[in-house]
Design a protein. Structure first.
Lengths: 66, 266
């Protein structure tokens, strides 16, 4: 299935979890937060939350600013 | 880091002058931003020189190629992180960004920043107020960045914001405090801390903010884009301390004519 991770199309196996999407970008989970279709998915739910076709996944972290 | 041996910390006159935001105590009244620093090393030196205990970061898409993190710098210096919602144009975007920051950084503090357009970066009062109400209801400690509007400041305090952060001038402009009268009015009415945010260009601007009665100053560009960020950080630390002391000391009234400081009679 196709999902969008941080604006880029990715192919993931059917039923892939949020954690699998995060692992496309990084191996660490500290300091990172995820939203799927503009809803926050807390770290504790990354393994139990399955993605579906065309989901928009945003993986954010802190950068210099303000 | 160059130590030029200048201190204006309030402790030098033996006074405890800590202040509270959202139930937490701070002894430094200089809140730093991290935007604009040429490298994490230079940022680290500047933050150390500033003596800050609270510093903002922005939330952006994870860059897998990024080396080092601003969070490592803050952690090393034991500086509390204050995530902002910079880059948001609507209340909805700001609320989502705050929630992501809470998840990523494990803090319910947020500098709420909802801008109206990219040319002025001026804060949108309507969207900011809407987001503030929603974030307070969601348990956040909300520090909103606002224009120098005493009425909006009061309204945001009334809905439960932990501080108000009026601008001195547009972000990054270095124009100083364009409307000191409004800043004084905000200070006069406020029961939450007033933090002068944005517009600071150099040390005298930071001192003026404190002389006007602000509880703290938030700045970034003036330090991070200075020729010597570490020196300017130390200058800002001294200026904030000096301005605070002057405020506590109580300045003399301005007079139209001279008042002799020496006896006039022989």
């Amino acid at each position: 299935m196709n999902v969008t991770i941080n604006g880029t199309a990715h192919e993931l196996p059917r039923g892939a979890t949020v954690r699998q999407a995060v692992q496309k970008l990084t191996g660490v989970s500290g300091g990172v937060a995820v939203a799927v279709n503009d809803e926050v998915v807390s770290r504790g739910a990354w393994d139990s939350t399955a993605l579906v076709e065309a989901d928009r996944v945003e993986v954010l972290t802190a950068v210099q600013g303000g | 880091m160059t130590d030029i041996g200048v201190t204006a910390d309030i402790g030098s006159v033996g006074m405890d002058d800590d202040f509270m935001i959202g139930g937490e105590r701070f002894s430094s009244r200089l809140i730093m931003g991290t935007g604009g620093a040429p490298s994490l090393e230079i940022l680290d030196q500047a933050l150390a020189a500033s003596g800050t205990e609270l510093t903002t970061v922005a939330m952006r898409r994870l860059d897998p190629g990024a080396r080092g993190s601003v969070l490592d710098v803050l952690r090393k210096r034991d500086i509390k992180v204050l995530p902002n919602t910079a880059g948001c144009f609507t209340a909805g975007e700001a609320v989502l960004t705050a929630r992501l920051a809470r998840e990523a950084l494990e803090t319910n503090w947020v500098k709420l920043e909802v801008i109206a357009d990219e040319r002025t970066l001026l804060p949108d009062p309507i969207e900011t107020f809407d987001a503030a109400e929603r974030l307070v209801a969601d348990g956040f400690v909300v520090l909103p960045y606002i224009g120098d509007d005493p009425v909006l400041a009061r309204r945001l305090e009334a809905v439960g914001c932990a501080a108000v952060m009026p601008l001195g001038a547009p972000i990054g402009s270095g124009l100083g405090i364009r409307n000191p009268h409004n800043i004084e009015l905000i200070v006069e009415f406020a029961k939450v801390p007033v933090i002068l945010d944005a517009g600071i260009g150099t040390a005298s601007d930071a001192a003026l903010a404190m002389e006007l009665g602000c509880d703290a100053v938030l700045l970034a560009t003036a330090v991070t884009r200075a020729q010597r960020p570490d020196l300017m950080a130390q200058a800002m630390r001294s200026a904030v301390g000096a301005g605070r002391l002057a405020r506590l000391a109580g300045r003399i009234p301005r007079r139209r004519y001279a008042e002799a400081s020496s006896p006039l009679n022989p």
